[in-house]
Design a protein around this ligand. Sequence first.
Ligand SMILES: [Zn+2]
Length: 194
Amino acid sequence: MDYCKTIEYRITPTKAYTIIRNCSGCGRKEHYVSTGNFRVNANGRQLDVWLVYQCEKCKHTYNLPIYERVSPEKIEDAQYQAFLGNDADTALQFGTDRNLFLKNRAEIDIERLECTIEKLNDDCAKHEGVENSEIQIIIHNPYMLPIRTDRLLPEILQMSRSKIRQLIKDGSIQYFGSNLAERTEIKVYYTDKS
Ligand SMILES: [Zn+2]
């Protein structure tokens, strides 16, 4: 058994989450997308900050609350300037903060998640000559994106979807749960590696 080869990946969202919500303009559920802009309202000693979303059909807006009635001292100056300047990285940061969406009961459209899969190490790219080997794949999902593990495997393992299904069925690919956790371990057993 030639064990101990570990490949690690990290999943990172590349676009603010799309929200599904009732649109009063359209009169039905619609997709709201991030405009990348913040709305900041300073009212005396209280500050509100929202990330502005827009119905993609009728442009009706929805403001996703980031801060509500906080004292200005609570927000660092650099961040405050980022809000005022509609800083793109900051908009992406809050637009992919799952807790913010949970807190505001904003429904994330899972079908429209956009993310990248980044390989963190590559110390097991080659294992020729090994007939029976086991590879461990660790997927880090710090944003807790609700993604099915088997959806990622064709890209990671460079195999077809049907091949992956077959390997899962016969136990050559093993992992717990159907969706990615914050950290997911996958064991892949190669028995007839060419
Ligand atoms: Zn609408």
